[in-house]
Design a protein. Structure first.
Length: 303
């Protein structure tokens, strides 16, 4: 049996997928439709019961992750797979750093790779990566996923988390590019330079280059930077249409992690003197700079 904490689009999709192979318990603060888990062994439970399991998937927005972890009952036998992609805005902490304040760091792993929740719910094939410091922790989760989700295991926890967070910011830029109808050449250049930028940022924290070239980096980036299934891409589209950020976010109705993450990365990069031109322009656009002006500034960069 495995537990999923978080009943949003991604958490419920993961519960649906995992239920193909075993019984699943899901914790959500909102009441889920009883018919939702009917075809499979999915049962909504309270927090204490969910955290009593030895395998727990956490799909909570990074902005609320610290508060959530502070409330969970302690289970010394539990291992945790974090499906949250972002960086804490206030502290600049990565997901595993937040988690390590509450649980054993050797029992933490991160889920990454190109995987839209809607397509997972349709049982469409995808490939994901699970990274952990301890390979046994990653392996304990990799065997839980159904056949339509091909699973790879890695040991670059920080690289996977940086890639998963950073690509959301580049996805906002991708939406801006498409919203301004800048064309395929510009979009290809943006994604290529975005990949270079996130890898440069990751190197400062000891991340591996191959992580950014694989599913966790380029795979997830190419997916989220060009589809309206991506909330962050839709943020960029809305901004390119001249709409206010708050209006765009209200229309989406779900958390777009790239907004907070952009500011977190910008703060970290400023402090550590890391060159992050795309993130810098995205932050300024989020703060009200005209999208076209931001694109022109990027074109003027000599990097």
């Amino acid at each position: 049996m495995v537990s999923v904490c978080g009943g949003g689009a991604w958490g419920s999709a993961l519960a649906f997928a995992l239920a193909h192979k075993q019984e699943v318990q899901i914790f959500s603060r909102r009441k889920l439709d009883s018919a939702w888990g009917a075809p499979f062994a999915i049962r909504q439970v309270g927090l204490e019961e969910a955290c009593a399991q030895d395998l727990v998937v956490v799909a909570i927005s990074v902005a609320y992750l610290r508060d959530f972890l502070a409330t969970i009952p302690r289970n010394p036998n539990a291992r945790y797979l974090f499906a949250s992609k972002g960086i804490e805005e206030e502290s600049g902490a990565f997901v595993h750093q937040i988690a390590a304040e509450f649980v054993d760091s050797s029992k933490i792993c991160a889920l990454s790779g190109p995987s839209f929740a809607k397509e997972v719910r349709q049982c469409l094939p995808c490939a994901i990566a699970i990274h952990a410091q301890d390979p046994l922790t990653a392996q304990s989760f990799s065997t839980l996923f159904p056949a339509f989700m091909k699973t790879y295991v890695g040991d670059d926890l920080v690289g996977a988390e940086i890639a998963g967070a950073y690509k959301n910011v580049i996805a906002i830029a991708g939406g801006i590019s498409d919203g301004l109808m800048l064309g395929n050449n510009a979009k290809a250049a943006l994604l290529a330079r975005g990949l270079v930028e996130m890898e440069r940022f990751g190197q400062v924290f000891g991340a591996k280059t191959e992580t950014f070239l694989g599913l966790s980096g380029s795979g997830d980036l190419f997916l989220t930077a060009g589809s309206t299934l991506s909330r962050n891409y839709r943020v960029g589209l809305g901004l390119a249409q001249g709409r206010a950020l708050q209006s765009v976010l209200e229309e989406i109705g779900e958390v777009a992690e790239g907004v907070r993450t952009a500011r977190a990365i910008h703060t970290i990069a400023t402090r550590k003197n890391i060159y992050t031109p795309i993130v810098n322009e995205v932050v300024q656009i989020l703060d009200g700079k005209a999208c076209k002006e931001g694109i022109l500034a990027l074109m003027a960069q000599r990097d």
